[in-house]
Design a protein around this ligand. Structure first.
Ligand code: S3P
Length: 449
């Protein structure tokens, strides 16, 4: 480790060492995407909603604080339960302070959509990572509703929004496969008279659509000529709900992959959301020959959940097609760890969107693997990983660049490496999975300060 690297080690740095015999039954925290959306929709319903199983993380707290500043009454009763007294569509007030979105792209983009059809002015700020992420993709359709925006360098946070006083409904054909952009448009459409329509070429996670229905809001969804048409009329009412947020499949993927690649392991995870717009990584792991079983199918919050059981597996390499990206966009870093332990060469295709996540994740994955002795190539927007079931050499310091998924994936790789892997900052994991380290230790992971 050189001096620069030592300076980069924060008080939350961690060593991850070779682990085996992982075992136990765990519950994974609530789904992040659904938690953000439940806070927003409950705030817009008329009356009292109760949310249980909420993900209480830094990212979701940004949404809670922002919705409070915009007039919603939100009581966090316990770590994962909250009561919201919704104020109704059309009733948001102007925030007296800037809204701080920390590290959360989802919170920022969804609420940009929300405020764009109210006659209020809002100032959006975020951390260093969020302030480097592209925002034009979400602003462009929102301008068509009649809102005005001032962005730094026409692309980035901080952003000043002057919402439309008389919003007009739009029909928008999606240019990027992004559930955040789609959901921003849907939230803008809620306070807009007339019909808002969105046309998706590639289907993205559909939690906003499912939740509209769950809150009793009429929405029309139709697949035609290989495209997905979503339309609804604005300025109707959302009903308050009692809702239980299902377990996050992207968070579950870390203990799942650990259980597959560490020797003599068996892990059971209860009530994990498995929706066709989110299950790409599970499809991939099944195709790689992973020992995974799915049981106890249930319906929660309008979504399907399963209990998942995994045990140590011999993994085959995989060729992941580009069209699978929307259903596993957050899960490539941890799939890359599984691929590095497969018997042969894997290729992940069409990864351009990974470059605009919390960090440049294509480069981030490359760094985790190559610095720890795994032969990895980036070619165009494809990633080629030469796996070795014996496990890598390890020993590197990984700089996580404010990216929780890079931090968690590096920790999982350390658990099969000859020498411990050092992760510079684990604080960022609190954006999505606050108890990750405790939970992994409980399963038997050797993690130390
Ligand atoms: C999310 C959508 C995805 C995903 C993000 C959560 C959402 O982003 O990466 O973590 O909740 O809508 P994009 O819309 O940029 O693909």
């Amino acid at each position: 480790m050189n001096q620069d690297q030592k300076n980069n080690m924060s008080s939350s740095s961690l060593f991850s060492s070779k682990s085996s015999d992982l075992s136990g039954e765990i519950i994974i925290p609530g789904d992040k995407s659904i938690s953000h959306r439940c806070i927003i929709l409950s705030s817009l319903a008329i009356g009292e909603s109760k949310i249980t199983g909420l993900l209480n993380s830094f990212d979701v707290n940004c949404t809670i604080n922002s919705m409070r500043s915009l007039g919603s009454c939100i009581d966090l009763n316990s770590s994962d339960e909250c009561i919201i007294n919704g104020i109704g569509i059309g009733s948001l007030k102007q925030s007296e302070t800037p809204l701080d979105f920390g590290n959360s792209g989802t919170a920022a983009r969804l609420i940009l959509g929300l405020v764009s059809t109210y006659p209020i002015e809002t100032h959006f700020i975020g951390d260093e990572s969020l302030s480097q992420r592209p925002m034009k993709r979400v602003i462009e359709p929102l301008v068509d509703f009649g809102a005005n925006f001032k962005l730094r360098d026409s692309e980035f946070l901080p952003i000043e929004v002057k919402g439309a006083e008389y919003p007009i409904p739009i029909t928008h054909e999606m240019k990027v496969a992004s559930a955040q952009v789609k959901s921003a448009i849907m939230l803008a459409g809620l306070n807009t008279p007339g019909i808002t329509t969105i046309i998706e070429k590639e289907k993205t996670r559909d939690h906003t659509e499912t939740l509209f229905k769950y809150y009793g809001y009429e929405i029309h969804i139709e697949e035609k000529d290989g495209m997905n048409f979503i339309s609804f009329e604005g300025q109707k009412a959302l009903n308050p709900v009692n809702i239980k947020v299902p377990g996050d499949p992207s968070s579950a993927a870390y203990p799942v992959v650990a259980g597959l690649i560490c020797k003599d392991s068996n892990i059971k995870i209860r009530s994990v959301l498995l929706n066709p717009t989110r299950d790409g990584i599970y499809k991939c792991l099944d195709e790689m020959g992973a020992n995974i079983t799915y049981s106890n199918k249930k319906n929660e919050a309008g979504e399907i959940t399963y209990d998942i059981e995994v045990s140590s597996s011999i993994l085959n390499p995989i060729d992941v097609p580009a069209n699978r990206a929307p259903s596993m966009i957050d899960d490539y870093p941890v799939l890359a760890i599984a691929a590095s332990m497969a018997n042969g060469t894997s290729i992940f295709r069409g990864l351009s969107e990974l470059k605009v996540k919390e960090s440049d994740r294509l480069l981030g994955i490359y760094n985790i693997l190559s610095k720890n002795g795994i032969d990895t190539i980036i070619e165009d927007n494809n990633l080629i990983i030469r796996g070795n079931a014996e496990g890598p050499k390890g020993g590197a310091l990984i700089e996580t660049n404010l990216d929780h998924r890079i931090a968690m994936s590096s920790i999982i790789l350390g658990m099969v490496s000859d020498e411990p892997i050092k992760v510079d900052d684990t604080e960022t994991i609190k954006t999505s999975f606050p108890d990750f380290i405790e939970l992994m230790k409980k399963l038997g992971a050797k993690l130390s300060a």
